[in-house]
Write a new protein. Sequence first.
Length: 229
Amino acid sequence: MPENPPPSLRLFATRTGRAAYLDRRLAELYPETPVPLVHRDAYTLLVAVLLSAQCTDKRVNLVTPHLWALADTPEKMRHVPVEKIQAVIRPCGLSPQKARAISGLSLILVEKHGGQVPRTFEELEELPGVGHKTASVVMAQAFGVPAFPVDTHIHRLAQRWQLTNGRNVEQTERDLKKLFPREHWNALHLRIIFYGREHCTARGCDGTSCEMCRTLFPERRRAVRLQKT
């Protein structure tokens, strides 16, 4: 960097400076943050998020109406044979594991939680097939609790924008939570996903070509090597 860089480069020289710019610019680009997974309530969101593992939201949204036709509450779903659930959700991939998880968590919700999706990270993560990322999405999008779910999109972009060293998604989540205001987390994680899908894709941008990468790193000439999740 030159001895007297322009103001923009001085601002972007730190994580906090880059984060402040991204927070502001992404809010301009995506003032509305609709939840990508179509759902009716916390239960249908929980199941949809579970199905989205290693599957696109678009495909999940095509599959879930057929699943809800079988059962759309824990009370109904617990009576559906696992084989029937698996047959419906097969296009989402990993159908044996996901079908068992949907059946198992539905039974637990009825027997332990009165048919309601629990509102704590700890109780959600005790459910079959529900990890921290899934619990974070449900807490943020169903209950409005500040969370910062980190998926492959966010993990990739956080590395390209040098907001984290990208060793793993857990560290990326911790780093992002330190950089951005807590009250922005729920909308911001969706904005990053929207931007990543539109402009900073895995194949379409190597860290040098999209608007954000060019703005934050105008002197970058080489592709960014990413740490995988």
